[in-house]
Design a protein around this ligand. Structure first.
Ligand code: PSV
Ligand code: MN
Length: 422
């Protein structure tokens, strides 16, 4: 489905008056505080978030899946969906592929199509948490950490192939998340499994092209319920430090035990120059993969305060990793994109000198006032203005519904298509 620019423009002109009034109000308020509105708008517009290829269909739980219809059945259609999202939000100019779920049939054709849509290929993800048809050795008891070298070699080979394919698409990083671990006490020797994982990662690391990075993604549990080999940021950092400068730690917001101070983890990783980037999502209980900002928006804002402090010359990878059963996945992504930019914009409003002053004079009351003043500022007019300036929609959800995009996709693709993913 192709969205004509005139449709977006006409939607924007309908809401422009009310948008300009709200923008004038916030410009005035920020002006009184000496905040450079244009600088902030520029940073918001440039802030682009990667869409994972596996978040475009309805996600499932282990109890069931309820396909929404019109799901993209192949990589071409996935690129179309992201192109469409980018057109109406102006906020997502790249895709992250999960392999083998999304192996392009024709690499140059995929690249060409992506370029036409203004989309590039971000980090590629390997998958050794599932067995694929015809695979010689099973990952039931692990992959890079497996006790059997034949299984480890197979998993290493897969990662190397993912790097090769990623390089042919001009990606420059591989994200490795391992399900490896144990479900029962005594099942696995912790040190042995860690050592074998390190050795396997070293083999993969050696094959990285010069400009490439390796992102290590930790997770405390699931699918294993007793121990995971790369369970927390400590283990991730240990591996990254042992591997070398191209190895970095990726933070998925759902991959922490309850009440973890994720913003402090982020600060530590930035301090060590080891932050790779993010998988954004939200959660109430564990790795719920819910819409970003839907449960704990304040936590997201606190994380962005750390990011904005360290962002200077860093090129971190920003990606959404959410998927669930109840919303239209494209509307869900629009909401996630909005929540991420919202938190970013609020964090940009913090007066860093004032905050340092409050911290240095041990004044938690003023520090809290500074944070909450930014958090309670309604920055949505800034996000709308950034979209308007990128020829995107002032209100992307409204345009999505006005154009009846889901039903059009169902008409084009049918009700039975299922997008690859979990
Ligand atoms: C694992 O839970 C994870 O967060 C990893 O990033 C995987 O690649 C992705 O989810 C698969 O859905
Ligand atoms: Mn993830």
């Amino acid at each position: 489905m192709i969205i004509d620019q005139t449709i977006i423009d006409s939607h924007n002109s309908d809401s422009e008056k009310s948008h300009q009034d709200q923008l004038a109000y916030i410009s005035d308020e920020l002006g009184k505080k000496g905040i450079d509105l244009e600088g902030i708008l520029d940073q918001i517009s440039k802030f682009q978030i990667t869409i994972p290829s596996w978040a475009l269909g309805s996600g499932g739980t282990r109890f069931g899946k309820f396909p929404i219809g019109g799901e993209p059945g192949n990589l071409n259609e996935k690129l179309d969906d992201i192109g469409l999202l980018h057109k109406i939000t102006g906020a997502c100019d790249s895709i992250s592929l999960h392999l083998p779920w999304d192996i392009p049939e024709d690499t140059s054709a995929a690249k060409e199509k992506a370029t036409e849509l203004g989309i590039s290929f971000d980090s590629v993800n390997s998958n050794t948490f599932q067995d694929k048809d015809g695979q010689e050795h099973s990952y039931k008891f692990g992959s890079l950490s497996h006790t059997d070298s034949k299984v480890r070699d197979q998993a290493i080979r897969h990662n190397v192939e993912v790097i090769e394919l990623g390089a042919s698409l001009d990606a420059d990083a591989i994200t490795i998340w391992l399900a490896d671990g144990s479900t029962f006490p005594g099942q696995q020797n912790f040190a042995g499994a860690f050592e074998r994982t390190l050795k396997s990662l070293e083999q993969i690391y050696k094959t990285l092209p010069d400009n490439w990075k390796m992102f290590l993604e930790h997770k405390p549990f699931e699918p294993n319920f007793y121990s995971t080999v790369v369970n927390d940021w400590g283990s991730s950092l240990l591996l990254a430090n042992k591997l070398g400068e191209k190895a970095l730690c990726l933070v998925d917001l759902g991959h922490h035990l309850p009440n973890m101070n994720i913003e402090q983890v982020v600060s530590r990783l930035i301090m060590e120059g080891k932050l790779a980037g993010f998988h954004f999502n939200d959660s109430k209980y564990a790795d719920d993969d819910l819409t970003v900002g839907s449960i704990k928006p304040y936590q997201l804002f606190l994380i962005f305060i750390e990011l904005v402090e360290g962002i200077k010359d860093n090129s971190w990878s920003w990606m959404i990793d959410a998927s669930h059963n109840v919303k239209d996945p494209l509307e869900d992504l629009i909401q996630s994109l909005e929540a991420i930019r919202n938190a970013f914009a609020q964090a940009l409003l913090i007066d860093r000198n004032k905050l340092s002053g409050a911290q240095n004079s041990n004044d938690p009351v003023v520090a809290q006032e500074i944070l909450q003043d930014a958090f309670k500022t309604d920055v949505r007019p800034l996000l709308r203005e950034a979209r308007l300036r990128s020829n995107a929609a002032i209100d992307p959800i409204a345009v999505y519904r006005e154009l009846d995009i889901r039903n059009n996709l169902v008409k084009e693709r049918g009700t039975q298509t299922i997008a690859t993913g979990l």
